[in-house]
Ligand binder design. Structure first.
Ligand code: SF4
Length: 277
């Protein structure tokens, strides 16, 4: 018997954002010539928050200075690969912002104890509305599970959620779907957003999903997996192009760049030119 396809939540999100980018990243496995600094920054904040909760889980009180040390070390490591900063940001300004955001997070009353941090899951995908087995496995990692069975996703962002963003949040929907398939119950969900606004803000957005929502999510994941298997890879120009590491490869796909010009772009030159194409 053929092994089932396995797809991760981030693969689904990447495909939905731009199928051609998915191909460059996951099929062609083209090394990223550079990375958008805000993504790397989010990874560093995430690493420090994860460490903070793992300490709590182990029954220890994490010292603020130690949380910041984890952030500083991760941010240093992220800067080893070429990062592209926005005009308003630099390595040092983001380091300062990250520390302020973490201070806010740690001091914001994380009263509910975690029962799991970075909890992985992988399971057969089933449509919860019909019980149909959908011939694909789904995997992911839940950032945080709290004692009252609230599943939490943590994001860093420059601004608050757009209208409908919470309801459409695929990661939370997939967490809820996985939980429902494993435990027969729809969990509480929450999106925690650390905003790197001039004065950092922490927003907590509780939400939930219905069985119908999760049936839709399961079918969406199955369709994405089928589209990948049948090699439907096409560009989807949008605001995301401004931070796409595969800009040069995308231009080549359009036929506007000769092969010899397709060199590793390490300085971010040309980023954003394709947006709106
Ligand atoms: S530049 Fe835009 S359209 Fe091209 S691969 Fe990247 S995200 Fe897709």
């Amino acid at each position: 018997m053929e092994p089932k396809r396995v797809i991760s939540v981030s693969q689904v999100n990447t495909y939905l954002g731009c199928p051609l980018k998915y191909r460059f990243q996951y099929i062609d496995k083209i090394p990223r010539p550079w990375r958008v600094a805000s993504m790397a920054f989010g990874t560093s904040v995430h690493a420090a928050v994860e460490w903070f909760h793992k300490e709590r889980l182990a029954g220890r009180t994490a010292d603020m200075a130690e949380v910041l040390k984890v952030f500083d070390a991760d941010w240093y490591a992220q800067n080893v690969e070429p990062l592209v900063f926005s005009e308003r940001e630099s390595k040092d300004s983001l380091a300062e912002k990250g520390r302020a955001m973490l201070q806010l997070y740690v001091e914001s009353g994380n009263g509910t104890m975690p029962v799991a941090v970075e909890q992985p899951f992988e399971l057969d995908l089933v449509d919860p509305e019909t019980g149909e087995l959908l011939d694909v496995r789904i995997r992911g990692i839940i950032d945080l599970v709290e004692a009252d069975q609230t599943l939490v996703d943590l994001k860093t962002a420059g601004r608050t959620l757009e209208q409908g963003g919470l309801e459409r949040h695929l990661q939370l929907s997939t967490y809820a779907l996985a939980f429902l398939l494993q435990h027969g119950d729809i969990p509480k969900l929450r999106l925690d957003m650390l905003l790197k606004t001039a004065k950092p803000r922490l927003e907590r957005h509780p939400t939930t999903r219905s069985v119908e929502d999760l049936g839709w999510t399961a079918r969406l994941i199955r369709e994405v997996s089928l589209a990948i298997e049948t090699e439907h890879f096409f560009p989807n120009p949008s605001w995301r192009c401004t931070e796409c590491e595969y800009f040069a490869h995308c231009q080549q796909w359009r036929g506007t760049w000769p092969d010899e010009q397709l060199v590793a772009i390490s300085d971010g030159e040309g980023v954003g030119e394709i947006a709106g194409a």
